[in-house]
Write a protein that binds this ligand. Sequence first.
Ligand SMILES: Cc1ncc(COP(=O)(O)O)c(C=O)c1O
Length: 363
Amino acid sequence: MPRPIQANLDLSALENNLRVARRATSARIMSVIKADGYGHGLMRAAEALAATDGYALLDIRDAVRLREAGYRQAILLLEGCFSAEELPVIAEYGLTCVIHSPWQIAMLDAYPGPVKSGKGTLDVWLKVNSGMNRLGFVPQQVAQTMDQLRRHRAVRDITLMTHFANADESRGIAEPLALFNDLAASYRVARSLANSATLLRYPEAHGDWVRPGIMLYGASPFDPDMGEQFSAQQLGLKPAMTLSSRIIATQELRAGDEVGYGALFRAEHNMRIGIVACGYADGYPRHAPNGTPVLVDGQRTRTLGRVSMDMLCVDLSTLPQAGVGSRVVLWGEGMPIEEVARAAGTVSYELMCALTPRVPIVS
Ligand SMILES: Cc1ncc(COP(=O)(O)O)c(C=O)c1O
């Protein structure tokens, strides 16, 4: 018997979640599969999402892998090019390139590439910094940059894009949306503004291309505090990843006994705990505190003590039937990843991406 931890990937859940996105918008869908498909595997995610209109990712080698595997949809490099050598590859493989900074335009200028409308010209997405102050041209730079790109011999098609900082927060997107719309009104180009939260919450900001990521993997982009109507289940999303393991030992504690490194949990009364074969070297967050929710034999209980490299402990006080061999769901089916993430002070994105290579994938 191998160590009992595994990540089950339900690819039909990805298909379902893409259909949820489709129903919510008439815009074309650029499925975000960066970070190895949010931890689900690049090629696995690409295949399950084959009905998409495009894929967005970061690494040009991944983009080339997709093309060579036969995917013909748009493939968008979300951070654009990093070096001049990439431009001929981008052109050859028909990739679409975000332009977020002046140094990338300088690189385009130096590109000996073909004349306009010839094979090898580039499609670009000009990124506007609408207030997040991460990537993109500030509004005052947009007219001049747009002009440069429109006249550029190597550029074929231009899409205008932005990314919102607070689409999943109560603050929302009103301000940056108005700013972007004002700018975009001057140009007859396609627009892209929406991540999952914007797609689900702001139909007025769908533009021509939406860019969902997290919702495709079955997690709600919204905090559980935002209410039940924003939960993955209510939104019709199904978790694609279920991380599960089993109890490999139990301990009978007496009042005053302590658990794990640093003795972070101390029993107030006699109780039974289970030791689960899952730790931070599997990708479970070490900073998950006492009380992080977990399922044992389908029943909710809580973690106790500090998560160690290969193990964590769970409370079996209310689960007299549970014991060695009991199935434990850390997140996924029946145990929303958003809840685990919130308890651990992080987001579902980080948990999905943190899964380590030693965890066997079953799909
Ligand atoms: C530019 C851009 N668009 C879309 C997304 C997808 O966001 P989400 O996973 O919240 O849907 C991301 C992810 O960070 C992004 O950086």
